[in-house]
Design a protein around this ligand. Sequence first.
Ligand SMILES: NC(=O)c1ccc[n+]([C@@H]2O[C@H](COP(=O)([O-])OP(=O)(O)OC[C@H]3O[C@@H](n4cnc5c(N)ncnc54)[C@H](OP(=O)(O)O)[C@@H]3O)[C@@H](O)[C@H]2O)c1
Length: 197
Amino acid sequence: MTNRPTVFCSVFMAISQDGFIARPDGALDWLDEANRRMPPGEDCGFGNFMARVDALVMGRKTFDTVRAMGAWPYGDKPVVVLSRSLQHLPQQTPASVHLRAVQPHEVVESLRKRGLHRLYIDGGATVRAFLQAGLIHEMVLTEVPCTLGQGIALWSGRDLPAGFSVQNERTYPFGFVQRHFLFKSIEQDSEAPKVHP
Ligand SMILES: NC(=O)c1ccc[n+]([C@@H]2O[C@H](COP(=O)([O-])OP(=O)(O)OC[C@H]3O[C@@H](n4cnc5c(N)ncnc54)[C@H](OP(=O)(O)O)[C@@H]3O)[C@@H](O)[C@H]2O)c1
């Protein structure tokens, strides 16, 4: 028997040892610096993860960060950008990106109707909203060996949201520690996706 939902929502994020995904102003300099210590070709399972993602849902602030990085990294994979402040997307945005201002369950349902079942949810506030709505099934959090003191947290306090447990933990020689969390109803599913097949 399987507990797998029809839509499977995942998070794949880097996190500081004190639980932040970005500095208070959104800066990722600490992550860029840590990434420079990774051996060439190492991606901590991100390529495998992306290969099983049908579509992305990201908050407007994460969209701003991704755009500022230069070339669009998601090819023609469908992306939904959530925003109430943006009236339209910047001109150079790929046609695969759509702007919505809807609640998490509505975006999940509209993607499901398009046959898009494996969703990558990205952005601190956005992930928090999906967690609160009970829509996140899997989180891959890669802890980077640094502390920020303050910043944007995925959730308040140090504790993992209720219902998640560690399925797998991997320590990399360059100091990253990656934990694969599954929501309890998914745990027993032998066909649940693996980050490192
Ligand atoms: N460490 C990592 O792996 C990692 C990964 C991803 C992102 N980040 C960093 O995290 C930071 C962004 O996170 P964040 O928490 O500040 O913001 P975020 O989740 O990326 O974006 C928040 C914004 O999304 C929009 N939004 C969210 N839910 C919505 C809804 N239901 N309907 C309409 N709009 C909605 C709102 O945009 P409007 O204000 O336009 O209305 C809101 O201000 C960036 O600095 C990024 O670089 C780090």
